[in-house]
Design a protein around this ligand. Sequence first.
Ligand SMILES: Cc1cc2nc3c(=O)[nH]c(=O)nc-3n(C[C@H](O)[C@H](O)[C@H](O)COP(=O)(O)O)c2cc1C
Length: 512
Amino acid sequence: MVLSRALRPIAARSLSTATKSAPAASATPSVGLAPPNAVEDVQVTAEATAARKQEMAKAAKAKVGGKSGWQAFVSGALDVVRPVAAAAWPTLMPIIDAPSQKRVRDAASIEDLRKAAEKRMHAMTYGYLAGGADEEIALRRSVSCYEDVELRHAVLHGVGHGETDLRTNIMGVEADLPFFVTSCAGQRMFHSDGEVATATAAAKHNVAMALSQLTTSTFEDVRGAAPNHAKILQLYVWRDRVLLKEVLDRAKEVGFTGLALTADFSWVGNRERETRTGFTVPPNYSWRQTVDAMKSPAWTYDFMSRVPYGYKAVPDADFPAESLVDFIAQQMKPEFDWKDAEWLCSEWGDTGKVALKGVARGEDAKRAVETGFDTIWVSNHGGRQLESSVAPFDVLPEVRAAVGPDVEVIMDGGVRRGLDVIKALARGADSVACGRAYLYGLAAGGEPGVDKALTILSKDCHLAMGLLGCRTVAELKERAPEILLVNQASARRQGGIFQGGQAGKVLQPCLQ
Ligand SMILES: Cc1cc2nc3c(=O)[nH]c(=O)nc-3n(C[C@H](O)[C@H](O)[C@H](O)COP(=O)(O)O)c2cc1C
């Protein structure tokens, strides 16, 4: 029986309370046995919209008014120069950007694309893209964790070239590959073609795409570039339900079918690298930022000659992104809880799947399913939020065990090679999301750069499957227990953490 989403949490809660042996009162989860009408009915009214527009305009005015004389002078000068720079763009840009495009063509790995991105970008925007929280322990661990496992291949398996089939359904999107390009904010900051370049490359590779609520390209432009692929929208835990509802209504209208609620960004992580690289929004045009701009001519020319980017998913936000940062920061609602999440799931209704992104515990995964989420998305936000947060790859087995084999589980974090994707699938994920891997490509060279990143990852995946002797993702998952081994050296280094004991529950060597 397929239950409509509105009824699913109620049914799941009834089921879970019915099967618990503790007395009913203590067994009732805090979201409670709420009747269906407890999910608040939010109406978009003209008054609410007008009040928000006013609030936004006030925040933008305060931001612009808060600029120093020097900042106001330089941004005014840029506005004057912009049309001239834009007119010369078709002639000049190919020349200025040629070295970077060559680096993209020559790249053999995502690491090569990272270096190319670092060379092309302004230092502070590269710091924002590549950095993590605090000392970046979580970021480094999220990348290095894949080295803790090894793959054991079969021989004489007879899998020929062209016989590997990696097609995967990701939140209802039919894709050729088991990885996808995930929601990352502000992509026009990295390259002026931003999310549209990402979507175009995703469509070319038949790869799914999740779009950030902080997109700097419009829903329509992104969906236009990838109508069958860019179908998942990611939302933040925002305060204003009317605003969220408006975003959801617009998303449904333009054809998004999947929704992902990012739950690990209610507090903003401490990004020390951004302080060190002098990242400010809006730019303060300090001596340092100016010198760094001169060192990255392709990025700077791109920035100077194209329309300033704005947050295009925010209704009525006719302001550049730099004016809206305070408004958006105020929208974050750290108190957002399971009840709010239940409301969000019910608002999406039967439009398609809803994922909870940022899960790191089996218990939360279970509760998410009870609340009405279809998909569990294991993530630590690319190591950008909680320092020392556990690597998503490490908690995959716990989450999979908590929700069972039938709930869709997505994982992201630290994926830099197709092999990482294959390892994550073998460890319990149904699909894998990539962030920086394609962003490095975008920042290094726009759409050709994302294309290159996806080509590298795709080739890696097919090659690994061929070498392992697995034709499909289903076969890989079925044979995972014999394929995925804990690297003996890392098991020893971690003092037996993989075997038994409390920690062993979390870090099982593979999906059994
Ligand atoms: C520059 C940047 C911006 C991001 N913006 C968002 C965002 O808007 N929404 C979101 O849910 N996650 C965001 N993330 C997190 C990614 O969706 C994803 O969880 C993370 O990048 C995965 O790690 P990886 O970059 O190592 O692949 C962002 C990550 C980066 C690097």
